[in-house]
Design a protein around this ligand. Structure first.
Ligand SMILES: NC(=O)C1=CN([C@@H]2O[C@H](COP(=O)(O)OP(=O)(O)OC[C@H]3O[C@@H](n4cnc5c(N)ncnc54)[C@H](O)[C@@H]3O)[C@@H](O)[C@H]2O)C=CC1
Ligand SMILES: N[C@@H](CC=O)C(=O)O
Length: 430
């Protein structure tokens, strides 16, 4: 059989992982794909860097990835450079315009230009595969596009960022410092080139915008996403979460509500008894809920060379087999906006930690502020006594509309015994 020719743009964590995988598993891949898959061209910045892989003398090397997309002898261009603009976008657009299939791990690019790229790919009749862009080694794109295609989905929830989950898990298990654990995640190849994308929730939001489109057949809409990262999650809150029977996870949640589609990424407390609470380290998980299938849960490594290369290879094998499905599950013309629900309408429980002066009447003042906005307390912890000094006061609050909670928090923050801005973490029962 005629081999499928691959050109790889970017030879970092994912690109090098892919070249190794295609070489180590060449036999089994050829059998499954029905034809050999060969790398014919590569582009990266430094040809001589030792990446622990062998690049055959017959592989064409391009210093300029755009040149490679325009000229290489290839059937598929794999874009694993990263970034929503610049060279990555140019490579993908050039390849599609040339009528080549594209496989990318670039969620930023898809979050910003997914619909336009899908339209271009559709017009040219080429594949645009991005299994690696969401949740690393979990085949969630295939699950949503194919396995669950017969369902009307109501909610997709996930731990979508391996770096954040690694940081939150390691901080809880070892008490180590945020910056120190982040540096470790970077060294392991989990973090984005700019790690603020990970810790500020942007990377998870990029991924969630893709999942929302697939789940609800809506155009990718990253701009209207509510995004909050883990920078402010402290060791104190991780400890209180433990005491209260929760784990803190950065979740991406997309769900259909009466007010439109909710799309939000933020730290959540989830009961330790829920499956997602025990998904630790670099692992990701996605929970999809459909009308006929019910709830289905997927778990796997969310970042790193191996899992991501595995997902890129799956897309390549699909192309080799001639499997093709619409980029976002339906033809681009059938993607329809359904309206986005405002974050102020989110309804659910909350954890609130205050730092207060330990003096009589503080609890009554806080209770008064909550009562004024109709917020009801579920439980409260105020450990120890230190008259006249600052102590934590922690409570969980029953289901409340976010707008009411925000007003209550503003009243509480204005009390003179409350010495730091209140810390609020949403509780998700799933
Ligand atoms: N690292 C991971 O665990 C995962 C990464 N991704 C995505 O995969 C993509 C690549 O990520 P990594 O491999 O981690 O990044 P990386 O930073 O390790 O590698 C990027 C590569 O692109 C090359 N490059 C940069 N500018 C170039 C140019 N102008 N021409 C040619 N090559 C150029 C660099 O030399 C480097 O080899 C990104 O979109 C990232 O978001 C997706 C899932 C997981
Ligand atoms: N930086 C990302 C890499 C995979 O998408 C993460 O940590 O999840």
């Amino acid at each position: 059989m005629k081999p499928l020719k691959i050109a790889v743009a970017g030879l970092g964590t994912v690109g090098a992982g892919l070249v190794k995988l295609l070489s180590d598993n060449a036999g089994i891949i050829a059998a499954r794909a029905g034809r050999p898959i060969v790398v014919t061209a590569i582009s990266a910045r430094d040809r001589n860097r030792d990446r622990g892989i062998v690049i055959g003398a017959d592989v064409a090397w391009y210093d300029d990835a755009a040149q490679m997309a325009a000229k290489a002898d290839a059937d598929v261009i794999v874009e694993v450079i990263g970034g929503s603009e610049g060279i990555a976008r140019q490579v993908v657009e050039t390849a599609i315009a040339r009528g080549l299939h594209v496989v990318t791990a670039n969620k930023a690019l898809l979050a910003h230009h997914g619909v336009a790229l899908a339209q271009a790919a559709e017009a040219k009749g080429v594949a645009l595969g991005f299994e690696a862009a969401v949740a690393g080694g979990i085949p969630i794109i295939k699950a949503l596009k194919e396995g669950l295609a017969g369902n009307s989905l109501s909610r997709v929830t996930g731990i979508l960022n391996g770096t954040c989950n690694y940081i939150l898990t390691t901080m809880r298990e070892t008490g180590r410092d945020f910056a120190d654990v982040l540096a470790e995640a970077q060294a392991l190849g989990y973090a984005e080139a700019d790690p603020s994308f990970d810790i500020d929730g942007v990377d998870a939001a990029h991924k969630l915008s893709i999942l929302t489109s697939l789940a609800f057949a809506t155009p990718v809409d990253f701009a209207s996403m509510y995004v909050e990262g883990i920078r402010h999650v402290s060791a104190v809150d991780i400890d209180f979460a433990d005491k209260l029977g929760y784990r803190i996870k950065l979740l991406g949640i997309a769900q259909a509500t009466d007010h439109g589609i909710e799309q939000r990424v933020h730290p959540c407390m989830v009961p330790v008894t829920t499956p997602i609470a025990t998904v630790d380290g670099v692992f990701n998980a996605v929970v999809a809920e459909g009308d006929f299938v019910g709830r289905s849960i997927y778990e796997g490594r969310g970042a790193g060379a191996g899992p991501t290369a595995s997902a890129v290879a799956a897309d390549i094998i699909d192309i080799a087999r001639g499997n093709r499905s619409p980029v976002f599950g339906v033809p681009v013309g059938a993607l329809a906006a359904k309206g986005i629900a405002a974050m102020e309408r989110r309804q659910g429980a909350y954890y609130m930690r205050l730092m207060v002066l330990d003096r009589p009447g503080v609890l009554a003042d806080v209770a008064q502020a909550l009562r004024a906005e109709g917020v009801s307390v579920e439980q409260m912890i105020q450990p120890g006594r230190a008259p006249g000094e600052t102590v934590p006061m922690v409570m969980t609050l029953h289901d409340t509309v976010e707008a009411d909670m925000n007003r209550a928090v503003a009243r509480i923050a204005a009390l003179d015994a409350v010495v730091e801005p209140p810390r609020l973490i949403r509780i998700e029962h799933m």
